[in-house]
Each structure stands twice: as C-alpha cells, then as structure tokens.
Design a protein around this ligand. Sequence first.
Ligand code: 0JX
Ligand code: SF4
Length: 314
Amino acid sequence: MEIILANPRGFCAGVKRAIAIVEHALKFYKSTIYVKHELVHNQYVIKDFKKKGIIFIENILDVPDHSVIVFSAHGVSKQVEQQAIKKKLIILNATCPLVKKVHVEVSKASKKSIETILIGHQGHPEIIGTLSRYDNKKRKIHLIENIQDIKKLKIDKNKKIKFFTQTTLSVNNTKSIISALRNKFPNISGPKTEDICYATTNRQKAMIQLTQISDIIFVIGSKNSSNSNRLTELGKEMKVPTKQIESFLDIKKKWLKNIKYIGVTAGASAPNILIEEVIKHLKKIGAKNIREIQGIKEEKIFKIPKNLIYMKKK
Ligand code: 0JX
Ligand code: SF4
C-alpha cells in the first residue's frame, strides 16, 4: 500500500490565527477565558483547549460581566457583539478576516438598501453572523442553500440585487447556483473577488487530484466542519470511496482490503498531529511508501492583533 498526501491539506491561515489568539490569551490573562462557540470545528482542538481551562459557551449571556471572550473563527452576529459590549467583556475577535470581509460587504448592501441573496448553509454559525449584518427593515436578505431555493425567492427582477456566499462551500455547486441566479435575475451582481476562500478552493482542487490516484480517501475533519464535509462530498461525487474520520482510531482495517493507493487529506480545522497519527497508523498496518502530490503553495498569513502580542499579564 502507498499513502498519497493531498497538497494543501489541514490548517488554513484563519484557523492558525484563531488558535494563536487563544494561546496568547492563555499566556496573558490569569482570569478564565471564554470562547463563543467552538473556536474551530475540530474535536481535538476543542478538547485540548478545554484541558487548558478554556470554557466554550453558546450563549453570551452565560459569560460573567467583565470576562475575556474570544469570538470563534466563523464570526458572530451583530447582536452578540452588542451584548458583549453591554456586558463590558474584553473581546478578542478571532473571526477570520475573510469572513469579516463578507460581513462588511453585506453591511454595505444593507446601508444602500440593495436586496441581497446569501448562499450558504442554514444554521451554520458563519451564516448566522453574516445574515445579522443586514437590516431587514427596508429590503431583505434571503438565504438560499441550493438551486431549488431560487424558485421560492420573491424579489423584483428589475431591481438591483446582490449576492454573497459562505466561505466554505463547494466551488462547483456554488458555480451552478450562481449561474442559475444570473439567469433568473439579470441585474444581480456578486462580490468582486470570490467569497469562497482560498483555503476552501485549494483543498477542493487538491481533493480532485487525490481522487485521480486513490482507491480510498481519508478526510480528517470533524462532523460539523463544513469545509471538511465538502471534501468528503467531493470524493464521493468523484466515485472514490471516501471516509471522513476524526482520527486514526476511526480507520477500519476491512476498508483497506485490496487497496493499493490510500489518499489522505484534512479540512482547514484539522491539526497536523492528526495527519501524522493517521500516517503512522497506516504504516503500522502495512503502507510502505508515502508520496505528496505537488500542489498550490499557500503563503497567506493572518497576523494576530498587535495589542495581544504586547499585552502585559492581567
Ligand atoms: O464549518 P467550517 O468549515 O466553516 O469551519 P471549520 O471546520 O472550523 O474551519 C475553519 C473555520 C472556517 C471559517 O470560515
Ligand atoms: Fe478563513 Fe477560509 Fe480558513 Fe474559513 S476556511 S477560517 S474563511 S481562511
């Protein structure tokens, strides 16, 4: 058996920044640090931070006044921001700058009263945060998840319309939705640059390469990780048996019967240690070689806020 590694795989710049923010907070604050929602959708990362004393909460009202709160990489709603200010919390905002960019654009559309369509998954924290940036008093923001949802839209075709998307969607699927939107609403316009982020796009491209060589693919990523789920979906669409796993412990030996090439990739929130453990395990059960596919080199780095780096212990 041979292991083929997708490239790129694993942590993106937004996740690295979010983790660095919490690590800095742990160094600089003696008091309890609260995180609104899972910082990133990965069980290993969350367990590790819980061991270090971080408390994850869903309801901001559960945080005692004046505490330190970190907003997750997926961003929060405007209301949560306002509640945090009201409670005089010390806010460390780990929202990915690429999610923030969509927030800003949606706010602009709202201020200009342009009817807006958001493509994304209902209930996902990023979508909750993005929808909240639009004030629905004069015009509306409409969430659609698929092409079928377009039929339900009650929007005047002759008016100016804007669309935006979640950052972690399927690139192919979103293209089809956008093209159906453009057919129905000739006046619609989208973002200048793609809302689906570079990391999502690159990992999906690498996944397609992996499907060309692999007999089976392991996607390391938690069940609630949208970008990891999209990789698994893509593998299956390309007719390659694809298993989404939390760690090497989920690998069943029977899956590897008559398999020569084992593809391995990881979602943007899955740490390197999990990839290393999968490789170690596969070697232990018979894989002889490792090959890394040549892929897109990622150089994006998101710096953590300066005031955190130079902060004195509190
Ligand atoms: O569920 P998502 O893919 O949006 O989040 P995850 O798995 O935590 O990935 C990193 C954060 C992505 C934000 O856009
Ligand atoms: Fe940011 Fe993209 Fe990573 Fe999400 S997946 S945190 S948008 S870089």
